[in-house]
Design a protein around this ligand. Sequence first.
Ligand SMILES: Cc1cc2nc3c(=O)[nH]c(=O)nc-3n(C[C@H](O)[C@H](O)[C@H](O)COP(=O)(O)OP(=O)(O)OC[C@H]3O[C@@H](n4cnc5c(N)ncnc54)[C@H](O)[C@@H]3O)c2cc1C
Length: 418
Amino acid sequence: MDPGRKTLVVIGGGMSGMTVALEAAEAGMAVHLVEAGPSLGGRVAALARYFPKMCPPTCGIEINYRRLRRNPDVVVHTLTRVTAVAGTPGAFEVTLRTEPRRVNGRCTACGECVAVCPVERPDDFNHGLAKTRAIYLPHAMSYPMTYVIDGTSCKGAECGECVKTCRYGAIDLGEAATTRTVHAHAIAVATGWTPYDATRLTNLGFGRFQNVVTNVMMERMLAEDGPTGGKPVCPSDGRTPARIAFVQCAGSRDRNHLPYCSAVCCGASLKEAIIVREAAPDCEMAIFYIDRRVMGRNEEVLAKVEADPKTRLVRGKVAQVSEDPATHALRVTAEDTATGTRSEWEADLVVLATGMVPNTEGLPLPSGCALDEFGFVVPDGETTGTVAAGCVVRPAVMTQCMQEATGAAIQALITAGA
Ligand SMILES: Cc1cc2nc3c(=O)[nH]c(=O)nc-3n(C[C@H](O)[C@H](O)[C@H](O)COP(=O)(O)OP(=O)(O)OC[C@H]3O[C@@H](n4cnc5c(N)ncnc54)[C@H](O)[C@@H]3O)c2cc1C
């Protein structure tokens, strides 16, 4: 990087962070893109498809990857977190700690190491619906396309099978974490969101009943590269569900959990219902909702589901999900506010539309950078030198995140005087 250039540190390598980094770099800044996970892409990489166009997530992500590959002004730091921020706008010192990948750039992603690795671990990308070996590729669209070793499950040198098998000398089981400090004129926060912890919704049975899953798990089931090859299944026994209930606002717009609306969950469940229909033409579905909140072209997605004779849209908040332990059959109890009656619905699979929690807990931010009462960043580039974009600012669909990311890049250029 040219030391004379204005520098931006972007924290978070999802679609929002990648976009801020690229737009700022293409306008002349030098950028450090800092991603905590082993790959860029964020939560979008795990979606089955994007609404409203219903195309696979590869579309948008691959465009950004290509821009990144061609742009030497963005230095990507995966497995890295910011541990401290000192200084003031125009002169920040940002400390980065990088965890060991234990696999270097000589990796060709041939996968021969996986075949000999004896250890299995829950696959976090698939929300525990599948397993990986201790050495694994984060996901099919990984950037970098390099394997990683989970240090907590790997047996280390006492095993060493992957080292013996790798023809490229790409594995270093002894690699250690590193720390470095970079100078920055501005900082952009784009750390995104985490799904609300569904085990806290004790009335809805997640964690107790195997066939109660969350919307992000359903995205993985419905993804063609997912653990069930794009088909909805009952985790209890792998059968195709004949009846699926979607529970909207699972914890959202609820003072006991997340008081706010997560803005994407109605669109997400409608999209999932459309994909289920393709995979399971006879499946009956019911979507229990408080309000149907879709905007822009997602009206088309809603209209398509409304026209499906085997899908019911029931206005009513779900009070409880119970299970017959012998058969794992589920019963959804809700008040149907359209008729004023209590409604009971039998289901094989229940999908909880849980909301978004901003990834700001424990995140070191420059002094003066504020969070709102729910933990979302309040961007104020002018005063604090820190801009923000995407779901760390508010729950949002991708188009809104992208627009905001471009705005954040412009604000970063102004703030840094670039
Ligand atoms: C079930 C569901 C379905 C959805 N479907 C659609 C859809 O079809 N179409 C659509 O437009 N939108 C959809 N969305 C919304 C979409 O997922 C978000 O708009 C998108 O993820 C926002 O991207 P982001 O980059 O802001 O955040 P994220 O995707 O969360 O990316 C944030 C990145 O920051 C990293 N990170 C977190 N903390 C740190 C840290 N401390 N240091 C460094 N890095 C960090 C994360 O690892 C991640 O890579 C859906 C959402 C849900 C819940």
